[in-house]
Design a protein around this ligand. Sequence first.
Ligand code: SAH
Ligand code: SF4
Ligand code: F3S
Length: 477
Amino acid sequence: MSETDFTATGLASNSPVSSRPVSQKKIFVKTYGCQMNVYDSARMIDVMAPEGYAETSSPEDADIVLLNTCHIRERAAEKVYSELGRLRELKAEKAARGESLVVGVAGCVAQAEGEEMRRRAPVVDVIVGPQSYHHLPQLVARSRNGGPAVVETEFPLEDKFESLPAPERRKTLSRGPTAFLTIQEGCDKFCTFCVVPYTRGSEFSRPVSRILDEARSLAEAGVREITLLGQNVNAYHGADAAGRPATLGALVRALAGIDGIERLRYTTSHPRDMNEELISAHAEVGKLMPYLHLPVQSGSDRILDLMNRQHTAETYLGIIARIRAARPDIALSSDFIVGFPGETEADFEATLDLIREVKFAQAYSFKYSPRPGTPAATRDEQLPEEVKTERLRRLQALLSEQSEAFNRACAGKRMPVLFDRKGRAEGQLVGRSPYLQPVHIDDAPAELLGRIASVDIEEGYANSLRGRLVETEAVHA
Ligand code: SAH
Ligand code: SF4
Ligand code: F3S
């Protein structure tokens, strides 16, 4: 934490000690789960900034420690309770020194377990759901009166997004040349394994004008690549200037018109919402990156039906064919669940077949985890852990083979790379390719950071690429 960070809050001048402003209050936020939580964590810091809180990277220094949690699988939720055990010790140590610590839990575990968490973890002072964190200052203030945790997990009617600080007033707007921008939140699809419709509520889309304002502010702050976020991002239907619902395809076209924004992505999509307009945007909007994360979960129609995904393996393959026709160089990524209740060896083989047919550049795969309150959790045919482990191993072996083959096939190609960080070795820079692969180059001019340049890819590895800069004079933006 540097001196400039203190002065940026405007509190340094109130400090009795000019060299070290003792009055500065600090907040530490730890983020679990999906990219939307990353976005939300930054907004929570923004909400606390006008209250005099600056971000710190150390919980020991903090006056508030906030855990922004994920409930998607059992393991994700358990991590929160073990972290709360550590925080109980920290709070006791601080109390012994006469210092106070407010412990807050935000995000999807807070939403799902609100009251139960208050009983199970008395160390917690504030419990706030994903739709209510704009109320953090009041909740923190109320918690200072002592007593049991202050819980806010209602889905308030007022719009959270409208209550957050405007983009130009955000301290955390940009942390480099790439940024997330939440455009849609919540889900009405109710896949039978998933907690998201319960933790994030029903679908809500932000109006186009607000998204464009935020994107313009990001561009001014040096952001070159924006990833549009939503639990169901392609179900986006926010109001346009005429008050009519806009599609994601239309929004992407509008965002592509913003100077400074060179690259657009969106995640996570549902196959059912991959409409023609969005597919044609992949053909026509050069700034839309040729990479699509489109979760399928399973290749068995029987399991897809039990999951309530409302599409078949064939419809999924049909969508992939249309996207590839629109944008032949597109790379695909997906999510898979193995061991859904009742999944047979034949069902699992159907998933492997689908993977062999599509050839994914990247993928995430998980053992089915029964989640309280979801329909699949109460089904009789839960599979033994060993079966899930063995299927996951086979699935991941195939997926890693495919992603490594994809990376190796990049050798010899020329790609635009957005440089976003320094490498470990002196003079090394790391960027991201259009396909989200990390690209390492040696002997790179430091001024390339935050910019896009052409790179000749020399070698592809399991998880990254190495290349050589083509022409520094052709650096954009
Ligand atoms: N909205 C996205 C998914 C969000 S959750 C979609 O519709 O695809 C991210 C991924 O977590 C899911 O795609 C799924 O693969 C996995 N997941 C969700 N619930 C799960 C559960 N109960 N057990 C295991 N994996 C799960
Ligand atoms: Fe969960 Fe399904 Fe909604 Fe995705 S579409 S968030 S998996 S319920
Ligand atoms: Fe987890 Fe909530 Fe995201 S459950 S995956 S943090 S929407």
